[in-house]
Design a protein around this ligand. Structure first.
Ligand code: ADP
Ligand code: MG
Length: 147
């Protein structure tokens, strides 16, 4: 469990996460509208040495960025009713990492190992908890919990 008091601290946590990612890592970001999923992704992008501006992919479903590793930033909120409208294999199992906002709306059996990051409001701040779903994401969780 990590706590961020403000947006700046959330960006820093994201940056740390980004610096630890390896190719084919999958992060599922869970939290309601305005929780900070896109903000966290901006920090992750910085940790991946991405210099482009990260824009919410809500209307485009996916945006791709180039950094230390390619980042596929997905927001699947709008395909909730029709999961078949996207072929996830285009974005995972490649050279890059995938960060999926609203990933809990997907059929999770499509993802064989992913770290779920649950963001919840706590006063003006946010709490983050890491829930691994597989062996690689367990290693990643431990790396994050141990700083
Ligand atoms: P999501 O992608 O989950 O819908 P965003 O990252 O787009 O959320 O938006 C989070 C909003 O909450 C931003 O407008 C940000 O300025 C605001 N905010 C307020 N307090 C915090 C905090 N402690 N951590 C992160 N964001 C915060
Ligand atoms: Mg968002």
């Amino acid at each position: 469990m990590l706590y961020s008091q403000n947006e700046e601290e959330l960006l820093k946590i994201g940056e740390k996460i980004g610096s630890k990612l390896q190719k084919q890592d999958i992060l599922v970001l869970t939290g309601d509208l305005g929780a900070g999923k896109t903000t966290l992704t901006k920090g992750i992008a910085k940790g991946l040495e991405i210099h482009q501006m990260i824009k919410s992919p809500t209307y485009t479903i996916v945006r791709e960025y180039e950094g230390r590793l390619p980042l596929y930033h997905l927001d699947v909120y709008r395909i909730g009713d029709d999961p078949d409208s996207i072929d996830l294999d285009d974005f995972i199992y490649g050279e890059g990492v995938a960060v999926i906002e609203w990933g809990e709306l997907l059929d999770q059996t499509l993802l064989d190992d992913y770290l779920e990051i649950v963001i919840t409001r706590f006063g003006d701040g946010r709490k983050l908890s890491f829930e691994p779903h597989g062996s690689r994401s367990q290693v990643l969780k431990e790396a994050l919990d141990n700083g």
